[in-house]
Ligand binder design. Sequence first.
Ligand code: ADP
Ligand code: MG
Length: 612
Amino acid sequence: MTDKMNFQAEVSKLLDIVVNSLYSDKQIFLRELISNASDACDKLRYLALTNQELGTKAGKLQITVLPDDKEKTLVIQDNGIGMNKEDLINHLGTIAKSGTADFLKNAKENGSVVDLIGQFGVGFYSAFMVANKVEVLTKKAGEEKAYLWTSNGVDGYEIVEAEKQQNGTEVKLFLKENEQNYVDTIYLRHIIRTYSDHIAYPIVLALGEAGEETINTASALWAKHKSEVTEEQYKEFYHHISKNFDDPWLTLHFKAEGNMEYSGLVYVPSTQPYDLFQPDKKKGLKLYVNKVFISDKVDELVPNYLRFVVGVVDSADLPLNLSREMLQQSPLIAKIKQGTVSRLLKDLKKRSENYEDYKVFWDSFGTAFKEGLYEDFTNRDEIATLSRFYSTFDKTKLTSFDEYISRIKGESKAIYYITGDDLNVLANNPQLEAFAAKGIEVLLLTDPIDEFWTQVFKTYQGHALKHISQADEDLSFEREGVKAEAGSLERLLKKMEELFKEDVSKVVATEKLTKSPASLTVEDGQMSIHLERLMKGHQQQIAYASSRVLEINPYNPLIIKLSEMIFDPKNTSQVEEISRLLLDQAKIAEGEPVKDPSFFADKLSEYLLKAI
Ligand code: ADP
Ligand code: MG
């Protein structure tokens, strides 16, 4: 019986992109298929731990590559776990990842097939870059029936029952006319050496009459000594394990000895994965026990703020039959995690000495990394030392807490910061004017996460971390020039407070502004305007909004003029209009929307016209 099925819409789209791509490194299809074969062997080896019969039947796990020069076909064969019908439908007809549709659209527009294949783990479909028909003959270990899956990569696929003795999978590619160099054994040997040398199972290349040849060394890379591993091998292993195509930014290969022995090979990618901020992102390291694969993405091995780290750890001290619950409770796992994290932080420290180099890391992962400031109490100081920010000292250059401290000149020893959505808007916030006038540097924090860690991270090396609204020192200074007359100013403030009843809780005069006529802030101890905006953006319930305060600069000529005008009743409507424009202006400077944009636009042009 034949079952004809359609690909899930996402798969069709993906295939359309992959098949028609002009991507030149088509040879990576072989790496992908070998990688799948290796995963299949890992899975069987793991099952065999608890089901000896499966292991015995499978025999020695290996991957075989069989080119056929006459038929122009290429077979990649394994004796791993295999697939049943359900697996075939679920794994070779759908992509079960969230955000697929968006990503595909994006990739189509930007034409980045490499990212696609890598980030989506859609390796199998890359076979259609070189083949116009693919057959998958497969039998799942421990089951009776075998199946043949066939597709031309366009009209969906077919599944029929088939005959197969051995468990495992044979992927047969019918090569496209201009891709037939993939039957050339010299070329194949070269590709396998380049991309798959690190695979832990033997990869055997069938040479026809000349017999066969094992191409790789088939030993676990992480178990080798550093001096035995080349840069290329590290890189390829990274590609295999991360399914990314970028180069690793950091490679950390270590062996811990002492009362507990384990080794690890972990990487920090150089580019941000598309799902770094998706709540369902899978993270973690691959876990091996004495080179036997135990589990993929073991969450317990890395903290959340390092969720971009990929790699493997291996320890012979762990039991082979490790269950999920045991993983969660195991003090050994916790120890491996701790050890890995401190090694990583140490390496980051070294790399942070080179500004340009470290910026690559920070641009991709800084936002996630800062979560460690409230998540990882033990390493909090190291994480803080490694964190980078923009600041008013130079808003184009990242700086550290230590550099900030080294520049402190005045009385106050505090580290000041301000939060907002956009670096440029923030840098021009009127609230910074007094700090600028006194030569006090302020960190410009623009990530949503900054609102959160700043709530708990209150000191660094004895220096208090403070929002600019918490400045305790006297920010007033010798002012030059005229000030609005006290009595009329008082009257103007009253008038504005009356006028803006619904917008602000009070209107006050301030000494802190040097340029702007007005600025918006919140009452002491309340949620910042930026945080409030963030929470509203995330549909969060806010029990009560912070009360805004409108601060007025009595030295500003506009304010002086208004306070003079206020005594004459015939000016009333003009005073009111200008006051409203001032409030709107203060809102804009804070990154807030104005209440009535058409009023703002009309009045602005009206007054501009008067001026010219
Ligand atoms: P990924 O390897 O990232 O999961 P692929 O597109 O390469 O994505 O493969 C999709 C799925 O198909 C695999 O996760 C696996 O379940 C299944 N699969 C592919 N090749 C094999 C194989 N040789 N043996 C068993 N299962 C396989
Ligand atoms: Mg794969």
